[in-house]
Design a binder for this molecule. Structure first.
Ligand code: AHR
Length: 647
């Protein structure tokens, strides 16, 4: 490895970034990292997902029904739940909510609220209780503040006296119907939060956020992904619907098979980035939807203005219109925003009309407007120079031709591949314009019959997939003078309902069952050894089975870093490796860390159901020999980092 010179990574002075795309897929937002425990808390609905009392169950024979009355809680939340005395009601009545496939109950403080309409004199009882036994882990009485024909919010704190043995629990609210005028009350926005990551109100689930933060990520791309695009043109993810009090958020017709709450909104994403010190890439809606809807050129200006407002909301001073709105929501300091992406995978949206419009005018209209106001922002197009990828292409040379971006723009590449394919693409970016790798994952096992998307993704991230992915990560990082970062997707997966099985972190309602997939370990290893500059390398052997790249990190006094992966699916012999950095003297020390698979089966995975973990981490201190070289060997299918002090 020759350490003379070296190119700076990116252009914003941050290290090469390992990060992730977050959109709400796999209940990774609602029922995932967004810490709200009540499912269907505000009876939100859309064309695709009708309103219902799903996830609520009556207590003591109460009758539960949807009320679409003339006096809703807000314009955004037009439906509520009427709780009435049913035919068989006796004593106190009410409802329980089953949460997102259960509720984790611990002896920490839960913060709750609910809105009620209807006269009531008496108390409400809120409890966390077992769904299997008569156990009530904690409950609290809340004095009614109700008034007739008026929505009144009730808030409470609840600290259970004991932990529940499992997450098969519910949250209940009961009241005495004798204290009401009509035998019924209307409820809406029933909310319960456990303690959140960094104690944010309306914040993130601690165990999931900590597992992500421990990976040492540098980048958050949001809000998609398909979620940004929406199913139809009038149902895209509109950032303005996600701001302010929860009762002003209408919810979102999710694109992954479920209604979303909008609880994890723009401010929550920005605070997430702030709390984990992440650079952000926001995707702005480009007027193309998943069903092929295309917003025509003449109707595009309002959406370009909207993108400019969104940028101003994020990074404008308090003296700007949208910066002032952000300040009013509690964050006068602008957030850092250096990267804006126009749309998502637009060679797939509205093909061919939408894609052609993207190439002909759409991208450039957004690009020019944003650049005119924010010349320093890095604009990202939603396709790679090689898109449409062969599987995405339909027919016709003019339709499959890639986009030509202006010189100041970069592309976005999304390789969801077999591990062999990821390895074969090791040099994919050696001679290309800049890109982010906005989504990448090994998704299918080697030899999947094309077209691979007709078949299932592998059931969990598996070892050989993770190593193939690591090879591609090295390929991207060694081009990081043009590639600012690499993003895993989809990053989180609720084991109870998911659309894509591969992920970094898998979880259920029970925080004890949150596990890191094998991929997490590889990404974490690389992310914990960032580089600020790539270094040119020479070698007496060609790439394969060892793939490598090198860099230095000015933030750590010029620490020198070699990253490598050994990918050979037929040979088990370890591979001897010698790494020499220019200027490093005999006797210098380096730390070698490598990951292997403890069970030998290349298809093995970390199993959240059994708790079996298969990744072994080995750490060794190495001393440079007479010529300043570090000698070691790496097992087959291993992923490694060698990190040493500056020469
Ligand atoms: O990560 C899952 C999906 O894959 C994303 O929403 C989309 O951008 C890609 O096709």
């Amino acid at each position: 490895v020759k350490s003379d010179g070296g190119n700076q990574t990116g252009k914003f002075g941050h290290s090469y970034g390992y990060g992730f795309l977050h959109e709400d897929i796999n209940n990774s937002g609602d029922g995932g990292i967004y810490a709200e425990l009540i499912q269907n808390r505000a009876f939100q609905y859309s064309r695709a997902f009708p309103v219902s009392t799903a996830h609520y169950f009556p207590i003591n024979g109460a009758s539960l029904s949807i009320n679409n009355g003339t006096e809703p809680l807000s314009k955004a939340l037009p439906a509520s739940m009427k709780v009435s005395v049913g035919n068989s009601s006796v004593g106190k009545i009410g409802f329980e909510n089953e949460g997102y496939w259960g509720i984790d109950v611990r002896t920490h403080k839960y913060t709750g609220s609910f809105w009620v309409k209807g006269a009531y004199t008496g108390v409400f009882t809120a409890s966390l209780q077992s769904n299997l036994t008569d156990d009530i882990f904690g409950s609290i009485e809340i004095e009614s503040k109700c008034a007739d024909s008026e929505w009144v919010e009730h808030t409470f704190e609840l600290t259970p006296e004991k932990d529940a043995p499992n997450s098969n629990n519910t949250f209940a609210i009961t009241f005495d119907p004798k204290g009401t005028q009509s035998g019924s009350l209307d409820f809406n926005l029933i909310s319960l939060f456990p303690p959140t990551y960094k104690d944010r109100k309306n914040g993130l689930r601690v165990d999931i956020a900590e597992a992500l933060a421990e990976m040492n990520p540098h980048f958050l791309r949001f809000p998609g992904g398909n979620m940004l695009e929406g199913l139809e043109n009038d149902t895209y993810w509109d950032w303005k619907n996600t701001l302010g009090p929860l009762k002003e958020r209408p919810g979102f017709q999710g694109v992954w098979g479920y209604q979303q709450t909008n609880g994890l909104g723009m401010m929550e994403y920005l605070e997430w980035a702030e709390d984990m010190d992440l650079q952000i890439v926001i995707g702005v809606w480009a007027g193309l939807a998943l069903n092929g809807d295309v917003t025509p050129k003449d109707d595009l200006q309002p959406f370009i203005d909207d993108a400019l407002n969104e940028i101003e909301f994020i990074r404008g001073s308090v003296d700007t219109e949208w910066g002032a709105k952000r300040a009013a929501l509690g964050h006068p300091e602008p957030f850092e925003l250096n990267y804006v992406e126009i749309g998502n995978e637009d060679w797939l949206a509205g093909f061919p009309e939408g894609w052609n419009s993207y190439k002909e005018y759409r991208f450039i209209m957004f690009h020019d407007a944003i650049k005119a106001k924010y010349p320093e922002i890095q604009i990202i197009g939603s396709s790679a120079t090689s898109d449409p990828a062969p599987e995405g292409a339909t027919t016709g040379p003019n339709l499959t031709e890639g986009i030509k971006y202006p010189a100041d723009a970069i592309g976005d590449y999304h390789p969801y591949r077999e591990p062999d394919e990821l390895v074969a693409e090791f040099d994919r970016f050696d001679n290309d314009i800049g890109h982010i790798i906005g989504e990448v994952a090994a998704t299918h096992v080697n030899g999947a019959t094309p077209p691979r998307w007709d078949g299932p993704l592998y059931k969990y991230p598996w070892w050989i997939g993770a190593v193939g992915e690591a090879v591609s990560l090295i390929g991207y990082e060694r081009n990081s003078d043009r590639i600012p970062g690499t993003f895993y997707a989809p990053v989180l997966k609720n084991e109870n309902r998911f659309q894509w099985p591969i992920t970094l972190i898998q979880f259920t309602a029970d925080a004890k069952q949150t596990t890191r997939a094998v991929t997490w370990y590889c990404w974490s290893l690389f992310a914990h050894h960032p580089i600020s500059h790539t270094l040119p390398t020479t070698s007496n052997s060609s790439y394969g089975p060892v793939y490598w790249g090198a860099g230095k990190d000015e933030a750590r006094n010029g620490a020198l870093v070699w990253k490598g992966a050994v990918y050979n699916t037929t040979d088990n012999a370890s591979v001897p490796i010698t790494v020499q950095f220019d200027g490093v003297q005999a006797g210098a020390k380096a730390q070698l860390t490598y990951l292997t698979n403890s069970v030998g089966d290349p298809y093995a995975y970390n199993d959240p159901r059994t708790g079996i973990q298969i990744v072994d981490t080995t750490t060794k201190e190495l001393t440079a020999g007479a010529n300043g070289a570090f000698e070691f060997s790496l097992p087959q299918l291993s992923v490694a980092v060698l990190d040493t002090e500056a020469a």
